[in-house]
Design a protein around this ligand. Structure first.
Ligand code: HEC
Length: 697
């Protein structure tokens, strides 16, 4: 029996009853308890504490050699990087434009599908499509967010829509890609968009049953002339300068949230500044709260409790939106309730989650923007030149992609190691942006033009590729326990399990299991397609399963040329749900993706006058899906291998006419004929360069 304080009331209760009593929630909250047995995986990261850890141990370091395919399900082209969830006997996952699928968790038999018709609803927001990364179950419902900003509740048994609310303005450049979170009868959702135009971050809590709005919390202050929404905003406004509100400010909560039921506290990971450049955003002054921060809110009211900012005056797209694992750790001889996060900036932070106090911050990757985090002040000791002073350029580690991005890490309470998919790459920074566009306050917003990053290939270290690894970090002692190199500059999401195992997919199509305590590779499966999605584990009828989605999605387009070696064609790479169990006996699906070749283009005439404009337009509007240097990376077709750019009319039909909107190709209504011709010239010149290297012969 424990005594639990809920607001003003003191209750004598067992922990699970206390969760429901404190938060006003239903029994559904019990499924999200960190102590649950692992049969279900109902939300992102499995439980409220989001450790991406399964306690199940039938599949373990001793038995994993017998792990094989139990069933698989082919999926249509489109984004396949979401983390599935499993409740009772059903597996749910989301693909493409927020299409939710329900299948039998033991056999893969399809049960229902729900298509929210995002292509039709999203309009110009489609061009920022990063793909939905997850969904959540609560009390017989499935909740998912869409690009166009809807939060949708579906009946978990039938897939019928129960309610839908519009959570962001339709005319904004904001969109939802992250998984909603649930607790105490509420659904919580944020959004993204601070890279592509003005965005002022907020999260909104809705009643899970009715969809009624309960509370909303902004992450950055608005126009002071209009008054501040709460004391936290008045406090934050003191850390901003200039007319920041005209540019939004940023701080979107596009990915990470976790929840502590004992104290009814929600933790938010907030994003980068909008625009990125601190000088452009806030006259180069002030910390700019609550950008790049961990913020704790009261779950019932949404009021501010505390914050910890990882990057004061953020200016490199260093978000703090990476997953936050909650754990109890013994430090200084006593157990402490902590929050563990490994944000883009390359330090692994351990915070006391009862008050936000910094316990430790140790580097887990190459870092040059700061030498260390001062534990006394909690602030970084920055390298001044990393802020690209006027007229200078700075090569800074890590890049805007971050030492760790959205692919979740896992934390094992058994090994006390955090397993981080680490990216190592530098970024180039200056006051101008991608494709050399000078940043101006009056420039048309959007399409990555707010960036201060100007070169995707800094000439430092291993410029073209960057490297990546799976790194096990000893959270208690602040040091690296082991690491395994992974191919390319980006690794897949991670899951740890009670069987002393760590699972991770890779860009080259391998899905691997490592021994959690020493990093030895124990098992490997060839998916023939990049595996970026976070795996999960669950049990049905006492049998343990491991599930992951295969197929390229969010982020690979920014890799470009290094992806060419992996030759992952958008249309022919096998996108699947892959479910494994001990002694599984499903046939191995074959079929490697088809090899790509440049399209023959005998009529091509190089026109150097059009090229710079074509490059600029491609880099700012098309690159994020069709790849750096027009090298398709599997997230959209390789346009060098397409006949469509050869004909102005066919090209215009797709790009302006919106002929492929339902398939995920946005409609661009704001590109002139001359600009379309310039983009075609650029794409065809890239194909010619590929042919000159001997491709397609
Ligand atoms: C948000 C992601 C995204 C962006 C941004 C994007 N595309 Fe696409 N594009 C796609 C997808 C996905 C397809 C494949 C649709 C399908 O399955 O037919 C596609 C298909 C195409 C095709 C047809 C290729 C073929 O062989 O069928 C062309 C041409 C094209 N895009 C050009 C462009 C241009 C030019 C831009 C920039 C002005 C652009 N796209 C921006 C996602 C995108």
């Amino acid at each position: 029996m424990a005594w639990i304080r809920c607001g003003m009331k003191v209750l004598a209760a067992g922990a699970l009853a206390a969760i429901a009593a404190c938060s006003g929630g239903s029994n559904s909250d019990q499924r999200f308890a960190d102590s649950s047995n692992g049969a279900d995986w109902p939300g992102y990261g499995r439980t409220f504490g989001e450790q991406h850890f399964s306690p199940l141990d039938e599949i373990n370091a001793g038995t994993v050699g017998r792990l094989s395919l139990a069933w698989s399900l082919d999926l249509p082209a489109g984004n396949t990087v979401s983390q599935p969830i499993k409740v009772d006997t059903t597996l749910y996952f989301v693909t493409g434009q927020a299409i939710v699928h329900a299948v039998d968790a033991a056999t893969g038999k399809p049960l229902w599908e729900h298509d929210p018709k995002v292509g039709e609803a999203a309009g110009f927001k489609m061009r920022y499509a990063w793909g939905t990364r997850g969904l959540v179950w609560y009390d017989g419902r499935i909740y998912v967010g869409t690009m166009d900003g809807r939060l949708i509740a579906l009946d978990a048994a039938t897939g019928k829509e129960v309610w839908a609310v519009q959570t962001i303005s339709k005319g904004s450049r904001n969109y939802i890609t992250g998984a909603p979170r649930v607790f105490g009868g509420k659904v919580l959702i944020g959004f993204g968009g601070a890279d592509v135009g003005p965005a002022r971050g907020y999260v909104t809590a809705y009643d899970a049953t009715s969809g009624k709005q309960l509370w909303q919390w902004f992450t950055v202050p608005g126009d002071p002339a209009k008054g501040f929404e709460n004391k936290a905003m008045a406090m934050a406004a003191k850390t901003w300068a200039g007319e920041w509100w005209k540019l939004g400010g940023g701080g979107t909560v596009w990915n990470a949230m976790s929840y502590d039921p004992e104290t009814d506290t929600v933790f938010l990971g907030t994003g980068n500044g909008s625009p990125w450049n601190h000088k452009a955003r806030s006259d180069g002054k002030g910390d700019n709260l609550f950008l790049a921060s961990i913020v704790a809110l009261d779950g019932r009211t949404g009021s501010y409790k505390w914050h910890y900012q990882v990057n004061p005056g953020e200016t490199w797209d260093y978000t703090a939106t990476n997953d936050m694992a909650l754990a109890t750790l013994k430090t200084g001889g006593k157990p402490r309730k902590v929050l563990i996060t490994a944000p883009k900036n390359g330090f692994l932070y351990v915070l006391d989650r009862t008050n936000g106090k910094l316990i430790s911050a140790e580097p887990f990757a190459k870092i040059t923007w700061a030498s260390r985090i001062d534990l006394a002040t909690g602030r970084p000791v920055e390298s001044p030149e990393a802020r690209y002073p006027a007229g200078s350029t700075a090569v800074v580690w890590p890049s805007d992609r971050g030492a760790h991005n959205w692919s979740p890490m896992a934390y094992s309470p058994q090994s006390r190691l955090a397993y981080i998919p680490v990216n190592e790459k530098a970024g180039s920074w200056a006051d101008y942006g991608l494709a050399g566009a000078a940043w101006r306050k009056d420039m048309p917003v959007g399409d990555l033009q707010t960036a201060a990053m100007f070169d995707l290939y800094p000439k430092t270290g291993d410029p073209l590729d960057g490297t990546s690894k799976l790194l096990a970090f000893d959270v208690v002692n602040g040091r690296i326990a082991w690491s395994q190199p992974t191919p390319g500059p980006l690794g897949g999401g991670v899951m740890a399990s009670g069987g002393n195992l760590v699972f991770q997919g890779r860009l080259d199509g391998r899905f691997n299991a490592y021994q959690a305590d020493n990093g030895h590779l124990l098992w490997s499966f060839d998916a023939h397609a990049p595996v970026q999605a976070p795996p999960i584990s669950y049990s049905v009828g006492g049998r343990q399963y491991v599930t992951v989605l295969s197929g390229a999605g969010t982020g690979v387009a920014f890799i470009g040329p290094p992806m060419a070696r992996l030759a992952m064609d958008y249309r022919t790479q096998p996108r699947r749900v892959l479910t494994f169990a001990l002694d599984g006996n499903a046939p191995l699906p074959g079929a490697k993706p088809a090899a790509l070749a440049p399209f023959a283009d005998p009529g091509f005439k190089a026109d150097a006058t059009q090229l710079p404009r074509g490059y600029f337009l491609f880099a700012t509007r098309c690159l994020m899906c069709h790849g750096v240097d027009a090298v398709g990376a599997g997230a959209a077709p390789d346009l060098r291998a397409s006949p469509v750019p050869l004909e102005q009319a066919a090209f215009a039909q797709v790009v302006e006419g919106g002929g492929l909107v339902a398939a995920g190709m946005p409609r661009f209504t704001d590109i002139s004929d001359a600009d379309l011709a310039a983009i075609r010239q650029y794409i065809r010149s890239r194909a010619a360069a590929w042919r000159a290297q001997g491709a397609g012969k």
